[in-house]
Design a protein. Structure first.
Length: 375
């Protein structure tokens, strides 16, 4: 199945809640939405008296993503949302502006299933998994918390960037990124999260995330997948995506990593010397969607394409219209060819029949032929 949707709540949506966004995506005829974890604020507090004994999943006042607890002389961090809260705990509340509590998250997941809007999530756009600074720790937390929300929302993918190389040695930065991802995925497995963690290709040379780099990580760390951002790949390859086969070759490279379902971003892009300058509406850049639409019409892959264009839902709908137009022309052409072939076959069969009758007449005995002529 081919799905199209925006990276966030549609700009035209009158309400600004995720519920409003899912409804609007459905009403626009789209069937995917990537939820954006843009802002992450953390608040620490002690539990109220009536919250003791409840689990984070049962609380309606806050979204509790972690519980800090002292056990003996050791402080432990609990991320299981089914863990009952104790009186002396410290609760870590996530104020993201997205949702109020886990109950709302699960309701949004059910709503997405009912309306056939496939949900996924994107971590905050600025990521630093290379420097091993305090910022790195905050980025790791953001990825983990996004994973928790996506899991409760029944999302299938969490998309993240990985960060800049920085001014130091590139190999050291790469090793730090890999070690941090291994740590994240160890936690991911321990908490039995179901979404895949996807790494988005980057559009600039100084940002970790060439397709080769991402595939190398996915080769070695289970539960991770490549996310193709067509605009970023196009920019890094200095305008390399032009023909349907270019898109086909690119998707072939990630085919064995994605478990049968591709996840991608599309937008316009301005670029120079192998670097993205800025993301644009599709019609403003030199990356055309029509060749990809032709590939999709030919191959019909299972893929979700998210519009990361500044026009969001407008360009998501534009892509859907272009794809359907190409598909309709393809079907009409095949129907015409079939009709022509049927006519040719019918005409050929009639000619063969006439020839057979003529031969049959010639091969009859002379008396019968003469008798027919006299009549």
């Amino acid at each position: 199945m081919i799905r199209f949707g925006p990276a966030g709540i549609p700009l035209s949506c009158k309400g600004r809640t995720l519920k409003d966004g899912i409804e609007d995506v459905h009403n626009l005829g789209l069937n995917a939405m990537e939820v954006q974890m843009v802002r992450v604020n953390v608040i620490e507090r002690i539990p109220d008296e009536e919250e003791v004994g409840l689990t984070p999943l049962e609380l309606v006042s806050d979204l509790i993503v972690e519980i800090e607890r002292t056990k003996g002389k050791k402080d432990i961090l609990i991320t299981d949302p089914n863990e009952p809260i104790q009186e002396d705990d410290t609760l870590i509340t996530l104020a993201s502006g997205l949702v109020q509590n886990f109950q709302e998250i699960r309701e949004l997941g059910e709503m997405g299933l009912e309306m056939d809007v496939k949900l996924s999530m994107h971590t905050p756009y600025y990521m630093d998994l290379a420097s091993n600074s305090d910022l790195t720790e905050r980025c790791i937390d953001s990825i983990r918390w996004t994973g928790m929300i996506a899991d409760q929302m029944k999302g299938n993918v969490v998309v993240t960037h990985l960060g800049l190389y920085g001014d130091g040695d590139r190999n050291e930065a790469k090793n730090a990124i890999v070690e941090n991802i291994e740590s994240i995925m160890g936690w991911w497995k321990d908490n039995e999260l179901t979404p895949m963690l996807g790494f988005e290709t980057s559009g600039r040379q100084e940002v970790f995330g060439s397709l080769d780099e991402i595939l190398e990580i996915c080769d070695n760390i289970e539960g991770t997948i490549p996310i193709i951002n067509f605009a970023h790949v196009h920019a890094r390859e200095d305008g390399g995506l032009k023909e349907p086969q270019d898109y086909g070759e690119l998707l072939d490279r990630v085919k064995d990593y994605v478990g049968g379902h591709y996840y991608a971003h599309f937008s316009g892009v301005e670029h120079e010397d192998g670097n993205e300058k800025r993301i644009t509406p599709i019609k403003k850049g030199d990356l055309r969607f029509e060749p990809l639409a032709e590939f999709l019409a030919d191959e019909n892959p299972d893929i979700t394409i998210i519009s990361s264009s500044p026009l969001l839902e407008h360009d998501a709908m534009y892509m859907k219209v272009i794809y359907e137009r190409v598909l309709t022309k393809r079907v009409a052409k095949e129907a015409r060819l079939k009709k022509t072939n049927n006519k040719s076959q019918s005409s050929s069969e009639e000619e063969d029949l006439a020839e057979d009758l003529e031969l049959d007449d010639i091969n009859k005995p002379p008396r019968i032929r003469d008798r027919k002529k006299s009549k």
